[in-house]
Structures are given as C-alpha cells and as structure tokens.
Design a protein around this ligand. Structure first.
Ligand code: DQA
Length: 144
C-alpha cells in the first residue's frame, strides 16, 4: 500500500522541541523507523509549517496514488477549518495521530477539528502512534 504520512507545523523541530513532551527523536528518525517497520509498504513523507501547503498536498493524493493517510497536523488540528474541509473531501482511510495525549494537556488541545473527518485518532503513544495509525489504516483498507 502507498501511504501519505503528513506532518504539520513545528514537527520539523522534533528532537529539540519540548523533548519532555515529544521525545528526543527527530522527524527523520521517526520516518526511518516507520519505513523500517513496514518494508512491504511505500511511504510519501511530507511536512510543512504552512496550512495551504498541507492542503495542496492532501489535494494531490489522487494523482500520487496515495491509498491511505496518516496525519499529524500539530496545532492546526485544533484550529484549521480549511484542513478539516480538505480532509473531508478525501475518501480513503484517514487516521489522525499525535505523539502526546492531547486529552491530558491544555484544554485548548482537547478539541480536534480534523478529528471529525477521519476514521479515528491515535494519541499519546509517542512515535508508536504513527505505527498504530498505519496499522489501523491498513485494517480499514482490507475490511472495506
Ligand atoms: C501534537 C499535539 C498538538 O497539540 C501540538 O500542537 C503539536 C503536536 C502531537 O503530536 O502531540 O504540534 O500534534
């Protein structure tokens, strides 16, 4: 299967950004971990700090042959109607993931606008959230 693993703002700073919350591994470390974990799958990795660029990437899923999406939109999760609308229009398995448990932090992180238009959310398992997200998307695609 071909997956898009898409990461939003500030996730390019993993490794140095709040390591007590997000761990000490960089985004590249996590991407390599994912690739090593699923040798049978193909991954398109994408990160941007810019909302419109994330939307453009989502809109290119069909032409890229993407079969499932695993998304961590960072802070845009809590604020972006535009990303929510872009995601809603895509009809392939979509899983939202977070490194931290968004329900165990500040109140403003509890609400996920994008969470309403994905199949499910995995939150709080560090880099394992991505692995679980890919497994969930895989299951959805084989059972649908
Ligand atoms: C995050 C949680 C968000 O609230 C935060 O803004 C992030 C990272 C996570 O992976 O835990 O940037 O999405």
């Amino acid at each position: 299967m071909k997956f898009l693993v898409i990461n939003g703002p500030n996730l390019n700073m993993l490794g140095t950004r709040n390591p007590e919350v997000y761990g000490s591994e960089t985004l590249s470390d996590i991407e390599n971990y994912i690739t090593d974990h699923f040798p049978g799958h193909t991954f398109e990795f994408y990160q941007s700090n810019v909302e419109g660029e994330l939307i453009n990437k989502l809109q290119s899923c069909t032409e890229l042959g993407i079969e499932a999406i695993v998304a961590n939109f960072g802070a845009y999760t809590h604020t972006s109607v535009a990303l929510r609308d872009a995601l809603e229009a895509i009809e392939i398995p979509k899983i939202e993931v977070h490194l931290s448990n968004i329900h165990a932090r500040e109140e403003f992180r509890e609400r996920s606008l994008t969470g309403a238009v994905v199949h499910g959310i995995i939150t709080g398992f560090g880099k394992q959230s991505y692995i679980l997200g890919i497994q969930a998307a895989e299951q959805l695609s084989t059972t649908s």
